[in-house]
Design a protein around this ligand. Structure first.
Ligand code: FMN
Length: 347
């Protein structure tokens, strides 16, 4: 295999069209592709788009880096290239630096000698988060089997429950974790930076978590986050709980991923597993929604481990690192992205 000779950056521009749709927590879109040559590009992390309060070690952000690079790899395969990756597993926010861009990986394209078996890159664009009510059915046995197989292949395990009691218990646990985050001022203020309360706001920024995608009215969402103590008062909080329960209707399956989650390289590899499973979910015509707050709260996560009688996390070598609801729903609102040119930098 030889290095490619294409017009400068042409393949990278094609790859960037997929990379821009990378899912990220609160739709922060923290990664950029810096084109160095036809065959080389760096992945750059912009810490200003990080979540250093809720995620000071950058676990979810490194995980998202794994997703971003894997998306580049699947897109490169579709274009007939192998993608070599050299990743720099260094801590995010060194010395509390939340400003200086960080190079986290060098990617190199090599022309492949034949077709490369991988996902159809079109799935990357078909994949979305659905926070709508689901259709009440458990996911199919075939999807379950495919998720288990792919998780195992990448050193993790996918487990699920489809009984009412377990589902209701997890939905309630997630509600409590969300209320807990809302009442934690530093976490809430960090999240508010990424909330988009009107169509105009989300159109201007092209990023963030919009009221539209969350299925809330903008003014109501604004009120929740500016007056959280009012909205969590006894009596009043039942209205918020009602709105939450309405969006969680019809969940027929909850699932979680377990595996090594100790160091930066584990978090990054978990991201590769996550996106590959997410694409399988999309290929079967299903959606999922992560319940991130349960995972970032040790208390909530350990509570779940006790409730389900899961094995000990063995110091993080067998950690529950993702919890989800899965199912079929109407087509969800599509979250905004930056223009794809904005994620491309010239080196
Ligand atoms: C690591 C990670 C954690 C996430 N956690 C949550 C979550 O807790 N709740 C939620 O509704 N969405 C969660 N999401 C989904 C993102 O908000 C979503 O990917 C982003 O808003 C873009 O929307 P899209 O997936 O429809 O493209 C998470 C995504 C990632 C990658």
């Amino acid at each position: 295999m030889k290095p490619i000779k294409a017009p400068t950056g042409a393949a990278w521009l094609d790859i960037a069209r997929y990379a821009v749709s990378c899912p990220s927590p609160h739709n922060t879109q923290p990664f950029r592709l810096r084109i160095r040559s036809d065959s080389e590009a760096d992945v750059i992390f912009l810490p200003r788009r990080g979540l250093w309060v809720a995620d000071p070690h950058g676990r979810f952000t490194w995980l998202t880096a794994g997703i971003f690079v894997e998306i580049c790899s699947i897109a490169a395969h579709g274009l007939g290239f192998e993608l070599d990756r050299e990743t720099h597993f260094s801590p995010m926010y060194p010395d509390n630096d939340t400003e200086t861009p960080q190079t986290i990986a060098r990617l190199t394209l090599r022309r492949a000698s034949g077709p490369i078996a991988d996902f159809d890159p079109a799935l990357i664009l078909d994949r979305h988060t659905s926070r709508l009510p689901y259709d009440g059915h458990p996911i199919s046995e075939q999807l379950l089997a495919d998720l288990r197989t792919e998780a195992r292949r990448t050193g993790h395990s996918f487990e699920s429950r489809s009984d009412r009691e377990a589902i209701d218990w997890v939905i309630e646990l997630n509600r409590q974790a969300l209320f807990h985050d809302m009442l934690n001022d530093p976490i809430r203020l960090e999240l508010v930076r990424w909330l988009r309360f009107s169509g105009r706001e989300e159109d201007i920024t092209g990023d963030g978590l919009s009221a539209r995608c969350l299925g809330f009215s903008g003014p109501l969402l604004h009120s929740f986050f500016s007056r959280p103590r009012f909205w969590t008062m006894p009596g009043i909080r039942s209205l918020v709980s009602f709105l939450y329960a309405r969006s969680m209707k019809g969940v027929g399956t909850i699932g979680w991923l377990r595996g090594p989650y100790v160091g930066i390289d584990d978090w990054y590899r978990a991201g590769i597993t996550m996106i590959r499973l997410w694409l399988i979910v999309a290929r079967h015509g299903y959606y999922w929604q992560p319940y991130g707050s349960v995972i970032t709260s040790d208390e909530a996560r350990l509570n779940m481990i006790r409730y389900f009688g899961m094995p000990d996390e063995k110091g993080g070598t067998d950690m529950v690192w993702l919890l989800l609801r899965l199912g079929r729903s109407e087509a969800p609102p599509i979250s905004n992205r930056l223009p794809f040119e904005d994620i491309v930098l010239c080196g």
